[in-house]
Design a protein around this ligand. Sequence first.
Ligand code: 6MZ
Ligand code: ZN
Length: 338
Amino acid sequence: MLQFLRGMPKIELHAHLNGSLNIGSIRELAAKVYGVQTKEFSALCERFIKFEKGAKLDECFEKFGLMHELTATKEGLESATELVIRDFAKDNVIYVELRTTPKSNENMSRRSYLDTVLGVIRKTSDLYNIKVKLLPSINRAEPVDVAEETVALAVELSAIEPDIIVGIDFSGNPNQGKFKDFMPVLNKARNHGLKLAMHCAEVDNPLEIREMLRFGMSRCGHGTYLSASGFEYMKEENIPIECCLTSNVKSGTVANIGVHHLKQLMEADAPKVLCTDDSGVFDTTLTDEFFLATESFGLTRSQCIALTMEAVEHAFATREEKLMLKMQIYSYTRRQNK
Ligand SMILES: CNc1ncnc2c1ncn2[C@@H]1O[C@H](COP(=O)(O)O)[C@@H](O)[C@H]1O
Ligand SMILES: [Zn+2]
């Protein structure tokens, strides 16, 4: 099964750029950014992927600091973006929607942050034979005027790169910031034709969850705390839940893999996609996530293929792109069945 899943062409719809830097790539990047690698740095890396049992979601957000330091320069960000794209391609991901929060510091403005990432995407898609889209992220822990700048840039750049910038991600620590404050800016993005992928119901906040469902979205990140009626609503509206198994277990938003809502979504034939979230922080790959799903819920090969086809349906891609992706997946299944 593992071999079948490794070879399967896969679709990744929920991946944060900085969170997707795996340990090997962090070391590679650190060697570039800092010159030589120290023992202390290696020890730091080891600690970085360790999650104590009973870890809380808040702890995850502290971990991003390490990568943010490595990607604080144009060179660091360029290398990181290429490494992440390379690593997804190595795992036979044929289509990835990367999300990232544009950051400004003494080296870069938010515009140059996005330009840098876009430049690498343009350069590496063909090199690694992978289709890459970009969703600029709004970090809910930051002020609304930062979100406004991000959306203005996304709107402007999507007119220049409509094949790459296709949507906006709403993310950040769900225990910080109020969704309601971001509604006008998210609405603006939507009115400009950008799709909304929103982290929703990652923590138990019924009032906010209701506000988000009323507001609507194209895809829902996590949905770990959706109520029965919330799940029903998602099914009725054909809004897929982006299920990130390892992320949810390690960050403690589901008690254990056995009770993950993927099982419920499969049984209800409700829309869902399997994703990694932060493959670096959570030390996983999309292949690992599929394997975990087969081990935990008994998914068969054909169910894995069906899940992949479902991901194509929910991708923010054009009809032609979806057709090409489906053909690649179909041709893999035909080769396997020979
Ligand atoms: C664990 N579940 C999660 N829930 C909410 N937001 C998350 C997240 N995982 C990652 N991020 C968001 O993505 C950023 C890292 O990538 P970028 O610097 O943007 O590329 C984090 O700082 C956080 O804002
Ligand atoms: Zn996420």
